[in-house]
Design a protein around this ligand. Sequence first.
Ligand code: C2E
Ligand code: MG
Ligand code: MG
Length: 670
Amino acid sequence: MKRIRQIYLSTSFLLVMVVSLVVTVFLAVTGERIAAKHAPLVAAAMEVKLHATLGHLWFEEIIAGDSHEDIEVVWRHLRQADWYALAMLEGGSNAKGIYQPLDDPVMRTEIVAVRGALHDFESIARARHANAGVSFPGSDIDQIFDQLFNNFLDNADRVQTLLLALVKRDLSHFRYMSWLLIGLMTAVLLVVGYLILRLERQQTTHLSTIEIVNQQIREKNTELDYLAHFDSLTKLPNRTLFVDRLARALTHAKRKSAHVVLLFLDLDRFKSVNDRLGHAIGDEVLTHAASRLKRCLRSDDSIARLGGDEFTIILSDIDSHEQAINAAKSVARSVTEEMSAPYGLDKQMVTVTASIGIAVYPEDGLTGDELLINADHAMYDAKAHDRGGFRFHSAELNRRVTRQLTMESDLYEAIDEDQLVVYYQPQWDLQKDTLSGVEALVRWQHPVKGKLMPNVFIPVAESSGIVERIDAWVLRTACRQVQKWRSEGLKPGRLAVNISAPLFSHGDLFKIVSDAIFEHQMHDGELELELTESALLQDVDHAQKLMQRLRRHGVNLAIDDFGTGYSSMAYLRDFPITTLKIDRSFIMNAPDDKAAGAILHSMVELATHTDKVIVAEGIETKQQEQLVRSLGCEFAQGFLLGKPMDAGQMQALLIAQTEKNVRYLPYSSD
Ligand code: C2E
Ligand code: MG
Ligand code: MG
């Protein structure tokens, strides 16, 4: 823009300069021309008079006999006078100058008259010269002669006057022209200046207009883009954008060997809402449903309205099939829950549930179309079997998920209906050969399926969130039990309780623990929480703070299944851990496998050097017990030393222990 303005300015300046130059040259040439034309003519008029007067004077002298000059001098002067007069009419040149013919007709007539008078005068002069005797001064002829010369002089004077007037006129004309041109030039200057200003202003206006137009075009394009990719009612992406996003998610997943979940959602009996309450209410339901759906998603999940009452949700970048299933379940569950709440519309409550079909990439389809069709089929399946619920595409998966779902709802009842039982597995002090503590392990006495082990239901409880309640219940129950044993004079030693990752990471663990300690008067170091490596590393900062608070409350902290997390050992330094529970897998092979033995050995070393207590898990054989003892492990736990048992059996063991100092346990439970 600046560059264009510069070009305008320099062009205009150049233009003004050229105009000034032209005007100056024009004035100079015109002035020169006037001067060149008129000055010789004025001189010529003088010459005419001068020569004629000289001719007349010489003639008078010669006629009067006062001069010896030849009469030729007279004729020469008269001829000279005539020559100048003729030069004024037809132009001519001599040593004195160049004479241009006069154009003015009046002047020309006057000059012709001057010449006529000159000729007349010359004729009379010649006649008088020829008759010199009769033409004495004062004679008639002399008087006519003088008269003629006077006529000539009059004519010549008039010519001179007219010529001067002409010169004056031409000069004033020239002056007028000059002023005019200067005026014009000034006007041109002003106009050019004005034009520059206007151009600049126009240009600025023009540029801002272009900018405004561009902005409008951009806005229009954005609007068109929005209309092409978004649904105007719910403001959600439409089918076109959905197809595009799904394709991108699949390409990305293919590259990273990741999983993608597609949820196909259809509102139940939406048609009847439209029919009964009208389309306006129908639209409102769709808008509210869209907002509810958005609430159920994470920021990087993608939701779209395919049309009508159909919506889709894409969950992308998921590492494993298992995680994909869990994510799908969790979203589907929260969506169905959200959707089941009634809408308060037009002074009435309307409930519109949603049925969801789920397909997972790559298991249920490799392309977007395949996934969409399969998710759609699954959705119809859901509508047919479980309106307001969700179904997976694969039948096997559906069975699994249904089993899990059933288990989940059963678990809720289990807590309320006292179906959970705490078992206790003894921990042994290898140096003193006494019972050092017990680990609380939960069992589920299912009314139909019988006793269920934690590995069957704890993962389900973890994915549904109910595990926090289970852990809290186990903790309270076990503390109450220990308090009871203590009150009966028994010595159960340290109580170890398993804490799940969800409770540790975002549950109210500290409050649950401190309440239990307070309520059951647990002593310092009497309670030990068993944490997993992965739980600690989810949010290191939170973990450190929580663990420090717990330690200050006299709680011991153990890492359960130590060595299986493949994580950095640095956390041994960063977290206030008191105990390492070496996982069973390291004990199992250690006596025969040299490598396993070496790992076990270095684990014990590590614990010793970092001031941690070691508990060796899963001791099943004498050989294993011997090995861990020789390595310097202080504590051990395993079927050889005592299987998990119910509270009654544990109590019997504790009694036997105090009375007889029993080494191996006669009881076997699990
Ligand atoms: P864990 O905390 O590592 O508990 C030890 C598991 O190893 C127990 O299995 C126990 O029965 C088993 N075990 C002990 N000694 C031996 C042995 O010599 N040989 C063999 N083969 N197994 C032995 P259990 O009770 O089935 O518990 C499995 C896991 O479930 C526990 O592993 C723990 O992670 C979890 N769990 C148990 N109770 C709870 C609970 O109340 N809350 C939470 N969050 N998790 C629990
Ligand atoms: Mg444990
Ligand atoms: Mg363990």
